[in-house]
Design a protein around this ligand. Structure first.
Ligand code: ZN
Length: 279
């Protein structure tokens, strides 16, 4: 087939099992995303944390990554957006109460369920976590509890059905392992938030620039000048003190040699040069 001039092979001839392989890939991918740490690829083990993009990680892997950002080869690609532990939230997960059947691979058994519907967290149904408390629910379970989903800008706070913490549905409900498009949206949202952050930090510099343009010296310069003035003052006083000490330490006799013009002194030749201090 092909290359003999008789026929042109197309994709279907070359990849016969494509759909089957794709389905298998997708299943593996889903299983990996929902049962394993996105960073270390180890089985999820509590404490489990999630980031602003809704990925699941073992907390120890994230700590390892934060201590050494090269600890995992592709760590920067997976969670480069995590800068400190403040960028992740520890999740409150509900263990799967279903009995372990001896014939199934324990790795295939979903570890966690929705506490409201007991639906397994395996990627088949969408799940969310609350940014305020970290509780994890299936979307169906959580929305089922909401009596009247309020719309518009006057959204009322709701109560977490598991821990009673207050949350705002539109702001604090984050999808776990969202679709690619949803993840892209969250990523954009995150970078928009991050853009706002440095403004707070550069306040001092801004204030200095404003003072400078107003014809004043920025506070930093003032401090520097003051320090130099203080230093030279203290140096001067130290020198003066040294001089005074030197003079005080000088005996009368020695001093008398330097002030020989003192005609009023009462010393005789015999007493001159002895250390008789005037009493
Ligand atoms: Zn909660």
């Amino acid at each position: 087939m092909g290359n003999d001039g008789g026929s042109i092979p197309d994709r279907r001839d070359l990849v016969r099992n494509k759909p089957k392989a794709e389905a298998l890939d997708k299943a593996n991918h889903t299983r990996a995303r929902w049962g394993f740490c996105a960073l270390s690829k180890r089985r999820l083990q509590e404490p489990v944390v999630s980031c602003a993009l809704g990925k699941l990680y073992n907390k120890d892997a994230i700590i390892e990554f934060l201590l050494d950002r090269d600890a995992y080869g592709d760590g920067q690609n997976i969670c480069g957006h995590i800068r400190t532990l403040k960028d992740v939230l520890t999740l409150t997960l509900t263990s799967n109460p279903a009995p372990v059947t001896p014939n199934t691979d324990p790795l295939d058994r979903p570890q966690f369920v929705c506490p409201l519907t007991l639906k397994e967290m395996n990627g088949a149904t969408p799940f969310v976590y609350l940014r305020t408390c970290g509780c994890v629910f299936s979307v169906a379970g959580l929305t089922g509890l909401r009596s009247s989903p309020s719309e518009g800008d006057r959204e009322e706070k709701e109560t977490c059905p598991q821990c009673a913490a207050k949350y705002t549905h539109s702001l604090d409900c984050l999808p776990i392992n969202p679709s690619a498009e949803e993840e892209e949206r969250l990523r954009e949202q995150l970078s928009a938030q991050r853009l706002l952050e440095p403004v707070k930090k550069s306040k001092k510099r801004k204030a200095a620039a404003a003072a400078d343009s107003a014809g004043e010296q920025p506070p930093v310069k003032k401090v520097a000048t003051a320090t130099i003035a203080t230093a030279s003052n203290s140096l001067r006083s130290t020198l003066a003190m040294e001089e005074a000490k030197r003079k005080a330490g000088m005996s009368d006799a020695v001093r008398s040699l330097y002030s020989a013009k003192d005609s009023t002194r009462k010393e005789t030749f015999m007493t001159m040069g002895t250390f008789t201090r005037y009493a």
